[in-house]
Design a protein around this ligand. Sequence first.
Ligand SMILES: Cc1cc2nc3c(=O)[nH]c(=O)nc-3n(C[C@H](O)[C@H](O)[C@H](O)COP(=O)(O)OP(=O)(O)OC[C@H]3O[C@@H](n4cnc5c(N)ncnc54)[C@H](O)[C@@H]3O)c2cc1C
Length: 356
Amino acid sequence: MGRFHPLSIARIDRETRDAVSITFAVPETLREQFRFTQGQHLTLRASVGGADLRRSYSICSAVQDDALRIAIKKDPMGAFSTWANATLRVGDVIDVMPPLGHFNVALDAKLARHYLGFAAGSGITPLLSIVKTSLAAEPSCRFTLVYGNRSSATVMFREELAALKDMYLERFNLVHVLSREAQDIELMHGRIDRAKADALLAQWVPLTQIDTAFVCGPQPMMDAVVAALAARGVAEAKVKVERFAASIPKHMHVAAAPREPGHAECEVSVTIDGATRSFVVATSKENIVEAGLRNGIELPYSCRGGVCATCRCRLTAGEVDMDVNFALEDYELARGYILACQSYPVTDRVAVTFDD
Ligand SMILES: Cc1cc2nc3c(=O)[nH]c(=O)nc-3n(C[C@H](O)[C@H](O)[C@H](O)COP(=O)(O)OP(=O)(O)OC[C@H]3O[C@@H](n4cnc5c(N)ncnc54)[C@H](O)[C@@H]3O)c2cc1C
């Protein structure tokens, strides 16, 4: 688990001028490892201009599709997404890590739930997987999806969503909100900010019936939607948010004071792929990913921002100071899981395992 595998690209579709979807060929030997749950993401690794880059991309296919497909929207200033949009071709081989993530709920065909989705821009990618999978797996569920874009030309998966709407006329409610294109209904024109989210929720969504709301898009849009849901009484536990790394404000690590004066160094043991290696770090100064890589240990990581969970491992001895965590659930923290890219050893000895 958790290691990169070379996968070849079986298909590339241009979704918009700025986004491609990529379908991977998964060999029979890796089928189990690449089995996914709706809303999960893959971490890709490639050498771009001589730099080893890793980025996470949400799976957009449905669990029932028997296809592993992601979509990459070009950030004009972004290294990986620009490279991927410009250079990847069918037959190319790229390193991919098995699926990760919790942006989903367990499905149950017996239930008649009502889901709500708010997506903007490339935030539609996990939502497409969730919508398709849920409508197919729960024959009585309903899904309301609000999808914000600048104009109809930038709408990713426009035809696929329209086809889903045709297929599930009674159960799928699709609301396009366009910020730079006039719409017949004024409510569907503009950015999804707090006022727009309030108005959409008031006029379009019967909130008392919502079982789970999924939110994915730029940070200001997610903040607005989450606040609007909370203001209308939707319990926090019913709201699931997926953050893309670029939306996270960068933070600087502030070293904690040493637990015991004079204890300036920590011995860290890392178990990965059945082997344990140790190295020494300055207490509270370097995180486990940085220190491990500096010591020549090939550790799994991607966003380095506490978002993607690629570096998830379990603390088996000692204590760490974890800066931010946008990825681990409370039950994982309770079982000792940490994000290595955010964890700074603070005790004389720390041991972690990536092999759980
Ligand atoms: C769980 C998860 C799922 C995701 N799913 C998707 C998905 O489905 N589709 C998708 O398109 N993306 C997705 N992302 C985002 C994706 O991983 C990348 O972050 C995104 O593609 C940008 O990567 P990049 O290398 O192109 O940009 P980067 O090179 O990382 O740059 C990102 C931004 O930072 C700015 N920047 C870079 N360097 C500097 C600098 N030195 N100073 C100032 N600014 C700088 C750039 O201008 C750019 O706007 C997901 C992220 C996560 C964590």
